[in-house]
Ligand binder design. Structure first.
Ligand code: GLN
Ligand code: ZN
Length: 771
């Protein structure tokens, strides 16, 4: 290839694709519902891309300098890459046209499944709350350039006078995130197909050149992760091979390899040794590299793409200056794609002006990138006013009321080891056995019952002012009564109230704690068309008044059976919110924990003998680097223990985690010291049981027997089999019987039938055991 065109001095790795008013969500869902055609959906998407280009231009990126990323997706960027290279699972081959391509409807079918064909598996994208679809690759996968979608998008931009920079998941990350297909033999690794995949990428790059792309961005976040199951030396060798081959391709755009979410570490010298022209370095999550120099473009990701704080612009500029010691060619970018942040902070009528002045959503971050780019070119003096404004906001934030609450701080500072410890388990067990009088194989659910349209309508009416506070409360009480009666009728042992009053398991607590703010339009894509609206944890956290006590006490008044109080744990509250970045997560987690500890204390005093503290995000926040694991486990487990350690021996603490990778975090689960832990297991047919057995886990454990992610009703014999597997390996007095997770997304009919089957299977197991 000829001399590389200049890399833009300022860029972003990606931008929200869902639209300011979730236009894409609505368009995609109406296509699924059959109300609109593929052509109409394509038109909406093209319009969103046009609006995005214009917006990014107005915010300071360039029209033709390749600074605007071409990073749209209808559903998921990993699925896009898989579809582009023809990695379609065998069960979906029928969707593939003669020319090897797949249409929009087929694309969504892979994501969502159809009939008996299960969708591609979904899993969390690095240490974020975004979920991608896991590609399946085996010896039977015919890798070939199967989609011209990215080419068409670049051409569309060109036609409107832009030169954008196409973005695609890089070949090494694509293979490392893939799993072996069903057809693949034991021990098969998708990475073995690297040599078949590289020519496909080379063909794509050549075609991108033909439609006018001067730069291409290949996202390789897998290179920063130590949670990849392939040996590091193998990963590095693959990286070297992939980029040597692609770099030496005859016709291609200049290559920008980006590596968000952490330090590249030993992968950086490897990339520097290949012919790629630019390398993206995450300087927010990762450290400034040392001991390497290069004349390649180093793109410093100093504007945090993963959080919503305005941040310290001056420090960002200083990091970029430091990067100049490594390379004469330095550019600035967001640390990650901006799709983890909402669109625009000026679009938030509910937030105070003061809070808004501390924040930067995607649009504000683009402007920050443009400012820093100007600083890189024209010197610090040229952007002094912007640097000063950012510093002023930071100082204001440090001193603003509520950011530091003396009472909260004194309490945290006074904590001692005893506050984190409950004492001897055997003693607790004896007290709980006496207090609760539960049968062998106790049955329970994870907390929520179906969130019916009626419940959601009541809440909408309350928000809109059409229903009074009292009217709403009464409606929720009626719902709780129905749920309690139903559980009694079905014969469950430990009852729940069903969580009808909660819009979301984190937002509900955020709305009831000081130190949080909630947004109106701050939607962030979680997966596909699903978005969440994370709360903003901006100040010291405290609990102005009890939150759940009235609901739980009312529920307990309806039944002789024990009712389980239901709270969201500190780690999950942090993981699913935008969290202040001005103090260690440990300190913030302990503040949240103390608020929950008071809530638990009040629940106990109100006669609630079992309290569940959900921590489904414990695994998600696990750092990508092993060196950070111990510190993470220490504070995350610590905050759970702080929340729960204030109770009497007789009070039974439950926790719930919703994933089946028990082995990865068994140590953490053990250290939580909960009396009972429920965990997802039905989907994998109790794959976790051997891990539980070999770890010698000694407390109560409820491996799920009902896969609530599927509308399928498990039969009695299926549940019996799962219970038998559990009883075969785990001491029987530890085993609980429960679904995999909450029932809020299910309908009532399937829920009732499934729970009845669970009870019947449990009774049979009790009879078999002679109790
Ligand atoms: N208690 C919550 C529920 O049942 C738990 C949800 C979760 O694990 N994500 O809905
Ligand atoms: Zn769950």
């Amino acid at each position: 290839m000829t001399k590389s065109p200049a890399f833009p001095t300022g860029t972003i790795l990606g931008y929200p694709r869902i639209g300011r008013r979730r236009e894409l969500k609505k368009a995609v869902e109406s296509f699924w519902a059959g109300t609109t055609s593929a052509a109409e959906l394509e038109a909406t998407a093209a319009d969103l891309r046009r609006v995005t280009r214009e917006r990014l231009l107005a915010l300071g990126l360039g029209r033709t300098d390749s600074s605007i990323p071409e990073a749209f997706s209808f559903y998921d960027q990993v699925l896009d890459a898989a579809v582009t290279v023809g990695a379609i699972p065998t069960r979906f081959q029928r969707l593939v046209a003669d020319d090897g391509s797949i249409d929009l409807a087929g694309y969504f079918t892979i994501a969502r499944g159809e009939g008996g064909d299960t969708p591609a598996e979904m899993t969390k994208w690095f240490d974020t709350n975004y979920h991608y679809l896991v590609p399946e690759i085996g010896p039977e996968t015919t890798l070939h350039l199967a989609s011209d979608r990215l080419l068409r998008e670049v051409a569309e931009a060109t036609a409107s006078g832009f030169r954008t920079r196409p973005v695609i998941v890089g070949p090494v990350t694509l293979l490392l995130l893939s799993k072996a297909s069903e057809e693949a033999p034991e021990g098969y690794q998708p990475l073995d197909r690297l040599d078949d995949l590289i020519p496909v990428y080379a063909e794509l790059l050549a075609a991108l050149t033909a439609v006018g792309a001067e730069w291409v961005q290949l996202d390789e976040p897998a290179l920063v992760s130590e949670s990849i199951e392939v040996d590091r030396a193998v990963v590095l060798a693959a990286t070297q091979r992939a980029y040597d081959l692609l770099g030496n391709a005859a016709v291609r755009p200049s290559i920008f390899v980006s590596a968000p979410y952490g330090s590249l570490d030993d992968a950086l010298p490897v990339l520097i040794g290949t012919p790629v022209e630019a390398i993206g370095i995450d300087l927010v999550k990762g450290d400034l590299p040392s001991g390497v120099t290069t004349d390649k473009v180093l793109v410093g990701g100093v504007v945090d793409g993963h959080n919503i704080w305005r941040g310290n612009l001056e420090a960002g500029l200083a990091s970029l200056e430091a990067l100049r010691a490594l390379s004469p060619n330095v550019a600035v970018s967001s640390s990650t794609s901006l799709f983890h942040t909402p669109h625009d902070v000026t679009d938030e009528p509910l937030l105070s002006d003061q809070l808004k002045s501390w924040l930067a959503f995607a649009d504000q971050k683009v402007a920050q990138v443009a400012t820093l780019a100007k600083g890189l070119v024209d010197g610090k003096g040229a952007i002094q006013a912007e640097l000063d404004a950012a510093s002023t906001a930071l100082i204001d934030r440090q001193h603003a009321e509520g950011v530091r609450d003396a009472a909260v701080r004194t309490r945290v500072a006074g904590l001692t080891a005893a506050d984190f410890s409950r004492g001897d388990y055997d003693q607790r067990l004896a007290a709980q056995d006496a207090a609760l009088d539960l049968p062998f194989l106790p049955t329970t659910t994870i907390g929520s019952f179906p969130q019916t349209g009626d419940i959601r309508r009541q809440r909408a009416a309350l928000v809109a002012g059409r229903l009074s506070e009292d009217g709403y409360k009464q409606a929720m009480r009626d719902e709780i009564k129905r749920v309690v009666d139903l559980q009694e009728e079905i014969g469950l042992d430990v009852l729940v109230h069903g969580e009808p009053e909660r819009n979301d398991m984190v937002q509900y607590f955020a709305e009831n704690l000081d130190g949080f703010a909630v947004t109106q339009n701050g939607w962030v894509q979680s997966y596909g068309s699903r978005c969440t609206r994370p709360s903003i944890l901006w100040g010291d956290v405290s609990r102005p008044a009890p939150i759940t006590v009235e609901w739980s006490a009312y529920t307990q008044s309806l039944t002789q059976k024990p009712v389980k109080g239901m709270l969201t744990g500190p780690v999950t509250i942090l993981a699913w919110s935008f969290v202040r970045d001005d103090q260690p997560l440990r300190d913030t987690a302990n503040q949240v924990a103390l608020a929950l500890r008071d809530e638990i204390d009040d629940l106990e005093n109100a006669g609630i003998g079992i309290i569940q503290v959900d921590e489904p995000a414990l695994r998600e926040l696990l750092p990508l680097k092993k060196k950070d694991h111990e510190d993470y486990l220490d504070w995350s487990v610590g905050s759970f223990r702080l929340a729960t350690a204030g109770v009497a021996d007789r009070t039974q603490i439950h926790t719930h985690l919703c994933y089946s990778e028990f082995g990865v975090v068994i140590d953490a689960i053990n250290r939580l010291d909960a009396d009972v832990t429920s965990i997802e297991a039905a989907r994998s047919r109790m794959e976790v049981v051997p891990d539980i057995e070999s770890s010698g886990f000694g407390r109560g454990i409820g491996p799920g027997v009902y896969d609530i992610h599927s509308p399928r009703i498990p039969s009695v014999s299926e549940v019996s089999e799962l219970i038998d597997i559990a009883l075969g390996s785990i001491p029987e007095r530890q085993v609980w019987v429960n679904p995999d997770c909450g029932l809020k997304t299910r309908g009532y009919d399937e829920t009732v039938e499934s729970l009845k089957n669970i009870i019947e299977a449990t009774r049979a197991a009790r009879a078999k055991a002679g109790v």
